[in-house]
Design a protein around this ligand. Structure first.
Ligand SMILES: Nc1ncnc2c1ncn2[C@@H]1O[C@H](COP(=O)(O)OP(=O)(O)OP(=O)(O)O)[C@@H](O)[C@H]1O
Length: 261
């Protein structure tokens, strides 16, 4: 059984079919890239998987549980972590405080136990503080750990967001355009970081990304969308050489040229 099973997802906005019946799987410890030209339906599908949109048709099953239709706050406890395209950090809070905020959204002790500082809540807090320290170290944030996020470069803020998603110990990390706004050096660092994070946490990663060379470099498998349909699903090499993918990105003439070659 795959870790994530996306089945026949359909999402319509009025007369626009943003996603028109897409299915694919992500296995445990797999890095899967979701690509496609502008308007292909990537963000819409990502929002279905992370529980923000409820599809008109189809289902998402994560670790054996159907997640479509479940409230969004149930996703982190199930083992789904995510980051956002435009960052969703508390800017005036420090790096450490932001990372710890991710632990609170997944905490099991509950509001009352936390408010009364019952032993279970205190143990959870201590464990979260320890995990935050480990993540700060792993994501090379030691030097800025107690600085407000607002003062940090964009690339560093992205690492903070990843740490915040990781503190809830997800089985699948959903990354929305992690390379957006990063320079060349930062993209190279990100590629290494993905491998490192996968190894250290034994998790799977699904990334929506425009940066093609990053996707092809880090992914075990790639799913390509165009006009809301899946046009390819395979290894980076298979997807890169798919005539449908070449046509979607470059137009008909190129696809025929590649096909003839
Ligand atoms: N909230 C919405 N209301 C109406 N139409 C929408 C909405 N969100 C997306 N769409 C439409 O659905 C289609 C798919 O959009 P989506 O943003 O999912 O594509 P994308 O592949 O993520 O594109 P991009 O790479 O530009 O972010 C597009 O035609 C878009 O205009």
């Amino acid at each position: 059984m795959a870790l994530l099973e996306v089945r026949d997802i359909v999402v319509r906005f009025g007369g626009v079919t943003a996603v028109g019946g897409v299915s694919f799987d992500v296995n445990e410890r797999q890095i899967c890239g979701l690509i496609g030209p502008n308007g292909a339906g990537k963000t819409t599908l990502f929002n279905v998987i992370s529980g923000i949109y409820r599809p008109q048709e189809g289902s998402v099953r994560f670790a054996g549980t159907v997640t479509t239709g479940q409230p969004r706050h149930r996703m982190a406890p199930l083992g789904l972590g995510r980051t956002f395209q435009n960052l969703a950090l508390f800017k005036s809070m420090t790096v450490r405080e932001n990372i710890l905020a991710g632990a609170h959204s997944a905490g099991g002790a509950g509001f009352l136990a936390n408010a009364l500082r019952l032993p279970r809540a205190r143990a959870e807090e201590a464990a979260a503080a320890r995990r935050a320290r480990e993540l700060i170290h792993l994501l090379q944030l030691d030097a800025v750990a107690d600085k407000p996020v607002v003062d940090l470069p964009f690339g560093t803020q992205k690492r903070v967001e990843m740490a915040r998603a990781l503190i809830s110990q997800p089985k699948l990390l959903l990354l929305d355009e992690p390379a957006g706004g990063l320079n060349h050096g930062e993209v190279d660092e990100l590629a290494e970081l993905f491998q490192h994070v996968r190894r250290s946490f034994d998790l799977a990663i699904l990334l929506v990304e425009h940066h093609m060379s990053l996707v092809m470099r880090v992914s075990d498998k790639v799913v390509a969308l165009d006009f809301g349909k899946k046009i390819a699903d395979g290894t980076p090499d298979e997807v890169r050489s798919s005539p449908e993918v070449i046509r979607a990105y470059l137009g008909d003439g190129h696809a025929e040229a590649v096909h003839a070659a």
